[in-house]
Design a protein around this ligand. Structure first.
Ligand code: NAI
Ligand code: MG
Length: 359
C-alpha cells in the first residue's frame, strides 16, 4: 500500500514563492522515488493573506494547517506592511500559527557541510564535522511568565519578568530532546543555570529523573549556560543534542547558527505534542532580493528534508534531499550569498534544476 501524507504549503512573501517552488519540485521527485504520495494544500499566509482578507493568518489557513500531517512554510514579511498595527502585520500571523498549533519545541540543526567550511568566520579545524541540534522550549519560561510589568514606587521605576517552568513543561521538552538524541548519536547536553536559579534546579531534577526512568541509554550531561556559550565557539564538535529553556535557547541557537556562517542554509522545525509540526528556514522573506531569482533555496530544501524525517518518518527520502544539497555544493555551484573562488553562480531556479539533477 502506498502511504500518503497531507502537507499544507505556506509560500508567504518575498522570496517565499521562489524557494517554495524549488522545494515542491524536489519533494515530488523524492516521494515518487520512495513510493509515497504527498497531497499539497496551498494556503495564503502573510502579505498575500492580508491583501485578500485583511488578516495575516486567516481562519481557513489555520484550519488547513491543523488538518495536515505537516506544515511547510517558506517565509513571511514585507516592508509594504510596516505602517500597519503590530497585530495585523505578517509576523503576527507566524506567532498566531505557532500558538494555534501548540508548538512548544523548536529544533534547529547545525551541520557543517564540508564544501562550505570557508563560509564560516571560525577556523576550519574548529567547525569541521560539526553536527548538532538545539532543542529549545518555545512557549514557556521568562518570555511568558507572570507577573510581569513595570511599577513606580518610592521615586523608583522597576520592571520585572518571571522565569517559570512547571514539571509538565520541562518533561515534555526533555522527552523531545532525549528522543532526538536516541535517533542521532545518543548524547544529550541539558543547559541550565542551576547554580543560581531555582527554575533551573527543577529543570535539572526533572531531566535527571526522566533520564533514570526512561532514557538511561542516552548519555546525559549538564552544562551551565555561560559555559555552553563558550564551548559552542571553543569546541562545537563535542555537542550532539543541546536541550534548553526558551531564553537560553534563543541566544544559543543564534550563536550555533553562525557556526555555519550562512543564513541561506539553515532549516528549523517547531513541534507540538500532537498535531502537525511546522518546518521552515530560519531566514526571512529577504525583500532586498525578492523577485530577482537570486535566493538560495537550500535552507528551504533542507527544511523539507526535516519535514520528511521528523514530521513524516520518511528518513530515506530526507537523506536523499540532504545528499543532493551536498553534491551540488561539492560540484561548485553556489547562489550569490555563498560565492567563493572557483565557484559557478546560479540563480534560484537554475539551482533548483541542479538539485533535481543531483537527486
Ligand atoms: P532576512 O532573513 O529576510 O534577510 C537577511 C539578509 O539575508 C538579507 O540580505 C537577505 O537578502 C539575506 N537572505 C536571507 N535569506 C536568503 C536566502 N535564502 N538566499 C540568499 N540570501 C538570503 O531578514 P530581514 O531582512 O531581517 O527580514 C526581512 C523580512 O522577513 C521582515 O519582514 C521580517 O519580519 C521577516 N522575517 C520572517 C521570518 C520568518 O518568516 N520566519 C524570520 C525572520 C524575518
Ligand atoms: Mg533569536
Amino acid at each position: 500500500m502506498t502511504s500518503s501524507h497531507r502537507i499544507t504549503l505556506l509560500a508567504g512573501d518575498g522570496i517565499g514563492p521562489e524557494i517554495m517552488a524549488v522545494a515542491r519540485q524536489l519533494l515530488d521527485a523524492v516521494s515518487r522515488r520512495h513510493g509515497f504520495a504527498l497531497a499539497y494544500d496551498e494556503q495564503p499566509m502573510g502579505g498575500a493573506a492580508i491583501d485578500a482578507t485583511g488578516m495575516p493568518l486567516p481562519d481557513t489557513t489555520l484550519a488547513a494547517c491543523r488538518a495536515a500531517d505537516a506544515v511547510l512554510l517558506a517565509a513571511i514579511g514585507s516592508p509594504r506592511f510596516d505602517s500597519l498595527p503590530r497585530e495585523r502585520r505578517p509576523e503576527s500571523g507566524l506567532l498566531a500559527l505557532r500558538a494555534g498549533l501548540g508548538l512548544f519545541a523548536n529544533l534547529r540543526p547545525v551541520k557543517i557541510i564540508p564544501a562550505l567550511i570557508g563560509a564560516s568566520t571560525l577556523r576550519p579545524e574548529v567547525i569541521e564535522g560539526v553536527d548538532l541540534m538545539v532543542v529549545r522550549e518555545l512557549t514557556g519560561g521568562v518570555y511568558f511568565g507572570t507577573p510581569k510589568g513595570r511599577v513606580e514606587a518610592d521615586g523608583q521605576i522597576r520592571a520585572f519578568n518571571t522565569m517559570a517552568y512547571s514539571d509538565f513543561e520541562i518533561d515534555r521538552i526533555a522527552r523531545v530532546g532525549f528522543d532526538l538524541a536516541r535517533q542521532r548519536r545518543g548524547r544529550l547536553c541539558s543547559v541550565d543555570k542551576a547554580n543560581v536559579l531555582d527554575v533551573s534546579q527543577l529543570w535539572r531534577d526533572r531531566v535527571e529523573s526522566l533520564h533514570g526512568d526512561s532514557y538511561a541509554d542516552v548519555a546525559l550531561s549538564h552544562m551551565y549556560v555561560d559555559n555552553a556559550a563558550m564551548q559552542l565557539v571553543r569546541d562545537p564538535r563535542q555537542f550532539d543534542v543541546l536541550l534548553t529553556s526558551n531564553l537560553f535557547g534563543d541566544i544559543l541557537s543564534d550563536e550555533a547558527a553562525m557556526l555555519s556562517g550562512s543564513i541561506g542554509m539553515l532549516p528549523s522545525a517547531s513541534l507540538g505534542s500532537t498535531g502537525p509540526g511546522l518546518f521552515e528556514p530560519i531566514h526571512g522573506s529577504a525583500p532586498d532580493i525578492a523577485g530577482q531569482d537570486k535566493a538560495n533555496p537550500m535552507a528551504m530544501v533542507l527544511s523539507a528534508a526535516m519535514m520528511l524525517r521528523v514530521g513524516l518518518q520518511q528518513d530515506a527520502a530526507a537523506a536523499d534531499l540532504e545528499a543532493a544539497v551536498d553534491r551540488v555544493l561539492t560540484t561548485g555551484y553556489r547562489t550569490g550569498d555563498l560565492m567563493g573562488d572557483g565557484c559557478t553562480q546560479l540563480g534560484c531556479q537554475a539551482m533548483g534544476e541542479q538539485l533535481l539533477a543531483a537527486l
